[in-house]
Design a protein around this ligand. Structure first.
Ligand SMILES: [Zn+2]
Length: 374
């Protein structure tokens, strides 16, 4: 399986300059290529066949015009091209995601990805990693890579608080034996905007709303920031304060979800979950704040690899499966159920149903059916 291992690292002043230059070059190349695509798209959007046959400019073309691009890792530029290709394809598959946007120096994450070519990315010792162009960099190796793992790529990023991280993507064989699921030990999770999820044993995640809790403080500090003079030292100080606050909240959330997903993965033999598009939901239901805050998508990601690491499965139930509307006892479908109905009585068998728990049990049962153990 593929897994990323993220480490903090400490570049020298010289390495820092090169890294930041690479961020800039990657953004530049991405934006240049996007401008080219945009122009072609505007000309040909009504002629699908011609659009399909179009050739786009490649990073190498820019290198002739912009000599300074040669100074940075060429693989980083190639990956920028791949990222744009993916964004572009996503746009054609689903127009609601919108045309890819230009990357901004101030608002987008500073990062680039480079590939391992015959050991150009490797851990040298507990304090050193080798990275293309940067050579040896001081790293905090808080955990080892799995034995016999093949390093595929590394993504170098810088947070708004000025910390550097490298995420090393590796491929390795999981030697754990697959665990046979049983109906009693499969857990169903129903997404809940109020409490992250309710499970098929009627437990809720009791998720602390990290962003909501910090909101008043964040707003206050943000207001202070907007009053500071642009370019002043005090503004930079305040900007850092706001960024650190955001970072703290994000870390709290991540820690919580790591613990929670670990507990679930240890306790069950499989987990069934709805295959929801969280971004679509945030937009569609105008629940943006609570949906973004509760990290259901992140939980899903953590669960997927923690279960896989133990030879267990995460089962994705189709998002059109009517988990809320089915009576779990007689399978009768309550077509008139609305989002506001927290409890309902089955018109067919008369069972009194709690919306979330009923849905979680239906998801679990559907998961068991998909696993072939219903
Ligand atoms: Zn019923």
């Amino acid at each position: 399986m593929n897994k990323a291992f993220k480490y903090r690292f400490y570049p020298s002043a010289e390495q820092e300059i090169l890294i930041n230059k690479t961020f800039g070059c990657v953004r530049f190349v991405y934006n240049q290529m996007l401008a080219n695509r945009k122009e072609i798209y505007e000309q040909l959007k009504h002629d699908k066949e011609a659009l399909k046959k179009q050739k786009y400019v490649l990073p190498s073309a820019f290198k002739k015009e912009f000599e300074w691009l040669k100074e940075v890792d060429s693989l980083a530029l190639a990956n920028a091209q791949l990222n744009l290709q993916t964004a572009y394809r996503n746009f054609f598959r689903d127009k609601s995601v919108g045309f890819p946007k230009f990357k901004s120096k101030h608002h987008d994450k500073k990062s680039y990805t480079t590939n391992n070519q015959g050991g150009t990315i490797r851990i040298i010792d507990s304090k050193t990693i080798r990275l293309p162009k940067l050579k040896n960099v001081r790293i905090k190796l808080h955990r080892q890579l799995p034995k016999e793992a093949t390093v595929k790529s590394a993504t170098i990023s810088k947070t708004s608080t000025g910390k550097y991280y490298v995420s090393v993507l590796v491929e390795y064989e999981v030697k754990t034996k697959p665990v046979e699921p049983t109906p009693e030990t499969v857990l169903g999770l129903d997404y809940s905007s109020a409490s992250l999820f309710v499970d098929s044993q009627a437990n809720s995640a009791e998720y602390p709303k990290f962003y909501r809790n910090a909101e008043a403080r964040l707003k206050k500090e943000q207001r202070k920031l907007s009053k500071r003079k642009k370019g002043s030292k005090n503004r930079e100080k305040q900007r850092l304060k706001v960024a650190k606050l955001h970072e703290k909240v994000a870390n709290q959330r991540k820690d919580f979800l790591h613990k929670l997903s670990g507990q679930i993965a240890n306790a069950c033999t499989a987990v069934a979950i709805e295959d929801l598009n969280m971004r679509g939901m945030a937009q569609g239901l105008k629940l943006a704040k609570s949906t973004n805050d509760n990290g259901f998508g992140m939980l899903k990601t953590f669960l997927a690899y923690k279960l896989a690491g133990q030879g267990k499965q995460l089962v994705l139930v189709d998002k059109w499966f009517p988990s809320s509307k089915l009576c779990r006892f007689c399978q009768n479908k309550n077509k008139g159920l609305t989002l506001a109905d927290r409890t309902w009585v089955c018109g067919h068998c008369g069972a009194e149903l709690q919306r979330d728990v009923n849905a979680a049990i239906n998801i679990k049962n559907e998961g068991c059916r998909m696993l072939g153990i219903a």
